[in-house]
Structure formats: structure tokens, C-alpha cells
Design a protein around this ligand. Structure first.
Ligand SMILES: Nc1ncnc2c1ncn2[C@@H]1O[C@H](COP(=O)(O)OP(=O)(O)O)[C@@H](O)[C@H]1O
Ligand SMILES: Cc1ncsc1CCOP(=O)(O)O
Ligand SMILES: [Mg+2]
Length: 280
């Protein structure tokens, strides 16, 4: 096994372990995803491109084997049906029993009350380690007023650092609120990562890809707060590097080149481009 050079960035007491990207590529962890039919291909290829190994399943009878063979489990609630909720519940319990990191993407819970209710029931049923959503979704889970717009963040006036911290305290896990700035909290500390590009918003599935890539980082780190920060930094900087090379708003080209960049991006590039701050 090649020697891993530790790349630690310490800002205001918070530690970003950028070498997790190299560790991920060496270990090639399996990430089991319950995906949605809209973005499943992007999610599988995003995991593959970054250096992990995706597997998807909609069958409850193979839930136990799926969880056992994987190193992280990502639950995307983008387009679930009631029978699928039984599979999701089973997988959530199994992930807890087998101590596999469990990541949740609560798609559109800020816009659809039915989804919100179902997700709150699931969160009562099993423990998730990391929640990743946009501002509309995280505000809903924090119980804060916000005008979400379908699968998109929408708008609101509250302080997003306070919202993500409240959500992390309420749900007792690490929470990522992604957007123009990614804000990450474990309920005590809050970190902001100001990388990325607005082109992410022109590609449906950007958030879903990030959620499963968070799973890949959680699979190779015992510290979910650090894993969440590293995944957000790598993903946002990959998109930013692509955008810097494009001379027009090209959503199709962006999506294709994002996949390439996820494969090519190095720890050194992340380190040179990282814009991270600890919120006081
Ligand atoms: N305006 C923006 N500027 C920079 N990065 C962005 C912007 N909007 C979204 N992103 C990035 O897009 C990725 C997906 O996040 P987001 O768009 O919030 O998810 P979702 O697709 O679930 O709404 C994240 O890496 C985030 O940092
Ligand atoms: C359009 C759509 N409808 C249900 S799930 C979904 C995809 C959401 O993807 P993302 O949250 O990554 O933009
Ligand atoms: Mg989303």
C-alpha cells in the first residue's frame, strides 16, 4: 500500500483531512445507495469517478447482504413509493446494527409536507450519521420557516449557520446545508466552505451526487464531521475547476466534465483552492 502523506488543514481548531481523498481511492469502498430514478446514473458514476464503488438495490430481500457488503449506506428520498419505504426502513435498521455510516438526503422535504412527515418518521426509527440537503430541506428538518421551491433551496431570511447547527442538534448528527456556500455542523462547531459554481444548479442531480460522495468519504473516516467537510470541499472544488475552464454557461458540458474532474482532482488542487472558515 502506498504511503499516505497527511494533509491536515487546521482552521480555528477545525481539522480538514484532505488525504481522505487518497485513502478513498486506495480503499475503493463500496457505497450502497437507495437512489431515485431521476439521478441514479449520475450518482453511480459520480461514486465511481471519485474512486469508490457504487451498488444500488430496490429489493428488500437482499437488504441484509447489501448492507453487509458495503462500507457506507446513502438513502436518497427523491422519489420513493410506499413499498420502498419499507425497504428504506429495513436498510436503515441494518446499517445501524452493522455500524455502517448512514447518510440521508431528504429531497424536497421543505416543499412537500407528505415527504416531511415520512422523513421525520424514519428519523425516529433509526439513527443517521449525516444529513445532506439544501437550505429548504435543512430548514424544514430544523423546524425553521423557509420558502422551499420543489427540489430547490428556494429562499428564506434566517442565518443558515444557525439553521444547520439547530438541525444538527435536533437530529443529533452531522448536517450539511449545501448551496452557494456549504455549511456543515456537528451541533457544536460550524464550518463554511465557499467553493463551487452556480453551474451546479443547472444540473439536476448535483446534490444527489454530493450526498453519495459524502458516503464514500464517511466510509474511510471514523470522524463524520471531518468526512463531510472533505467531501464538500472536493466536490465543490471539482465543479469550480470545470467552470473556470468553460467560457459560457454550458450545463451539458459542465456535467460531463464534472465527472472527469471528480476522477482527476488531486489533494494538492483541493488544498490550493480551498476556501474554508470556522463560524464563531
Ligand atoms: N450558487 C452556487 N455557487 C456555488 N456552488 C453551488 C451553488 N449552488 C450549488 N452549489 C454546489 O452544488 C452542489 C449541490 O448542492 P445543492 O445545489 O445545494 O444541492 P441540491 O441539488 O440538492 O439542491 C454543492 O457542492 C454546492 O456547493
Ligand atoms: C427532479 C427530481 N425529482 C425527484 S428527485 C429529483 C432529483 C433531485 O436531484 P438533486 O436534489 O440532486 O438536484
Ligand atoms: Mg437535492
Amino acid at each position: 500500500m502506498a504511503f499516505l502523506v497527511p494533509v491536515l488543514i487546521i482552521i480555528g481548531g477545525s481539522t480538514m483531512q484532505l488525504e481522505l481523498l487518497d485513502r478513498l481511492r486506495q480503499i475503493n469502498p463500496i457505497v450502497f445507495n437507495i437512489s431515485n430514478f431521476v439521478t441514479v446514473q449520475d450518482v453511480a458514476n459520480g461514486i465511481n469517478a471519485i474512486g469508490a464503488s457504487p451498488i444500488m438495490s430496490e429489493e428488500i430481500n437482499e437488504a441484509q447482504e447489501m448492507v453487509q457488503l458495503s462500507s457506507a449506506v446513502a438513502l436518497n428520498l427523491g422519489a420513493f413509493t410506499m413499498p420502498q419505504i419499507e425497504q428504506i426502513r429495513t436498510v436503515g435498521h441494518l446499517a445501524n446494527q452493522c455500524r455502517k455510516p448512514l447518510i440521508l438526503d431528504p429531497v424536497a422535504v421543505g416543499a412537500v409536507q407528505y415527504r416531511h412527515n415520512v422523513v421525520l418518521e424514519l428519523l425516529n426509527d433509526f439513527d443517521v450519521d449525516i444529513i445532506r440537503g439544501n437550505a429548504g430541506e435543512i430548514a424544514a428538518l430544523a423546524g425553521v420557516d423557509w420558502h422551499a421551491k420543489g427540489i430547490d433551496a428556494g429562499n428564506g431570511e434566517d442565518d443558515i449557520a444557525a439553521i444547520v447547527k439547530l438541525c444538527a442538534q435536533k437530529q443529533q448528527c452531522v448536517v450539511i446545508l449545501s448551496g452557494t456556500i456549504d455549511v456543515i455542523s456537528d451541533g457544536k462547531q460550524v464550518v463554511k466552505i465557499s467553493n463551487g459554481t452556480p453551474l451546479f444548479q443547472l444540473h439536476v442531480g448535483s446534490g444527489d451526487m454530493l450526498t453519495s460522495i459524502v458516503g464514500a468519504f464517511a466510509a474511510v473516516s471514523g470522524d463524520y464531521f471531518v468526512a463531510a467537510q472533505s467531501a464538500c470541499a472536493v466536490f465543490a472544488i471539482a465543479g469550480q475547476l470545470v467552470a473556470e475552464r468553460l467560457n459560457a454557461e454550458l450545463p451539458g458540458t459542465f456535467a460531463v466534465q464534472l465527472m472527469d474532474e471528480l476522477h482527476l482532482i488531486t489533494v494538492d488542487e483541493v488544498q490550493r483552492n480551498l476556501k474554508m472558515e470556522v463560524v464563531k
